[in-house]
Design a protein around this ligand. Structure first.
Ligand code: FAD
Ligand code: SF4
Ligand code: SF4
Length: 416
């Protein structure tokens, strides 16, 4: 099927809420955080104009590796399952405050801080909590240390950093970008369409991602623990220790309440991930210059300070990461590439299932995203037999039971 615009993408369940379409077509597209789905584009006039720019920048339907990404200088054993990787590192932000506040070792924030303070970048485009609506995130261009530190930490709720690309285009100097893998893909697509971004994206830093739960997830988690969402002033999903706790600050109380461990909160929230996240071929930011994740390959002791894993994916990434080490912003040691698979077994299995899932969709005649350069069939073939079966038959079952074989209208009124 041919998509006409982002309404088609959304109604077939393929939008992941990156916000790039709202950047490329602000006249026709606004973003709405639909409570039980995620951030979704709403056309302000229908039919819209004649172009298909919103589709060209959409990572919901295009995730394509160009052939020159596999230049031969990447680690051969990692290529098929993890994309282009030049170097694997483990370490943390040298600044103790950034390390403590960060999701894992504060590495993403420390690298961005180095870019702003030492590489003459104007700021960092990323997301942080929305001060006015605590259950929401907002896109921000952070230009100071205080702003970057205040926005550390993974937020397991919808966020659309690409809707802020116009701030980068208007900035006097290049900016750093931090986002999920699909956000980074959108930046790559937007950069190839909009000349104004070519020189302005100074570096892309991707975080690993196994899926973004809807805001309904956070709401239900808060209520499950007996807290009235109306009284919530601030939500923090992790960080302030590794991996940290899901904590909530109630209006009028002096300190945030530690509600539940990170592991338990993720166990609850992951059930709220949208369908498109189960078709994701890129959990480790294969299009970023540098990708950061958790080195879960060993048991983490109680009270242990945070550690991050970094994958250098491009020469630009190498230059920035080595510069940050030399300037004393990050403390890193080279790691054995095998820690990647040991740390991220679940996302590897999820990535492996994508071929089987899209096969089931094609059998039902449902539109699928264009996913190229991920060796999806080979990764699927390596799955245990039962997982292979589950990826196809389980998806077929879900398609029938949940009605995924037909378009689903987005309920924009059910918003947060
Ligand atoms: C939805 C989601 C799923 C994740 N799944 C995995 C996983 O499967 N495996 C794994 O190892 N790690 C996962 N993470 C965590 C993250 O990849 C690691 O914590 C990573 O090591 C970054 O840690 P850091 O301390 O370097 O980041 P920090 O220095 O704390 O910086 C985090 C940065 O991420 C940005 N950010 C936070 N939430 C979002 C969001 N929802 N969308 C876009 N940008 C955001 C912030 O603006 C900030 O700039 C996930 C994070 C999120 C948000
Ligand atoms: S994935 Fe991004 S670009 Fe595509 S429709 Fe959704 S918000 Fe728009
Ligand atoms: S799982 Fe993939 S598609 Fe879903 S939010 Fe993460 S990077 Fe985006």
């Amino acid at each position: 099927m041919r998509f006409r615009n982002v309404q088609d993408v959304t109604e077939w369940g393929l939008c992941i809420g990156c916000g790039a379409c709202a950047y490329i077509c602000p006249e026709n597209i606004t973003l709405v955080n639909v409570l039980d789905e995620g951030i979704r584009p709403k056309l302000t006039q229908s039919p819209c104009g004649q172009c298909d720019n919103c589709l060209k920048v959409c990572p919901g339907i295009n995730v394509i590796h160009s052939t020159e990404r596999d230049r031969g200088n990447t680690i051969p054993d990692l290529r098929k399952s993890w994309g282009p990787v030049l170097e694997v590192w483990e370490g943390y932000a040298a600044d103790a405050e950034v390390r403590y506040a960060g999701s894992s070792g504060g590495l993403a924030s420390a690298l961005a801080l180095y870019c702003v303070e030492k590489r003459k970048m104007h700021g960092l485009l990323h997301i942080g909590p929305d001060d006015n609506i605590p259950l929401k995130n907002k896109t921000v261009l952070s230009a100071s240390r205080a702003e970057i530190v205040a926005r550390t930490g993974s937020r397991y709720a919808p966020a659309s950093p690409c809707d802020g690309l116009s701030m980068v285009a208007a900035a006097p100097d290049p900016c750093a970008f931090i986002g999920k893998p699909c956000d980074v893909t959108a930046v790559t697509l937007a950069r190839s369409l909009k000349g104004e971004l070519v020189e302005k994206i100074g570096v892309t830093i991707g975080i690993f991602c196994a899926g973004t739960p809807s805001s309904q997830g956070t709401l239900d988690l808060i209520e499950k623990h007996g807290i009235d969402p109306e009284t919530v002033e601030e939500v923090r999903y992790r960080g302030k220790g590794w991996p940290g706790k899901f904590s909530v600050k109630i209006r009028g109380e002096a300190a945030p309440r530690e509600v539940v461990s990170y592991m338990d909160s993720w166990g609850f929230l992951q059930e709220y991930r949208p369908y498109r996240c189960h078709l994701c071929p890129d959990p480790t930011s294969e299009f970023a210059d540098i990708a950061c994740g958790d080195p879960w390959y060993r048991t983490i002791e109680q009270g242990e300070p945070g550690q991050s894993m970094a994958l250098v994916r491009t020469e630009r990434g190498r230059e920035i990461l080595h510069g940050a080490i030399e300037a004393g912003y990050v403390i890193l040691k080279k790691a054995d590439p095998s820690i990647l698979e040991k740390s991220q077994r679940d996302v590897l299995r999820k990535r492996g299932a994508v071929w089987g899932r899209t096969l089931a969709m094609r059998i039902f005649g449902i539109p699928t995203p264009k996913l190229e350069g991920f060796s999806l069939f080979e990764n699927w073939r390596r799955l245990p037999f039962l997982h292979k079966l589950k990826s196809t038959l389980g998806t077929a079952r879900r398609i029938i039971l949940r009605g995924y074989y037909k378009r689903r209208k987005t309920d924009f009124a059910n918003r947060i």
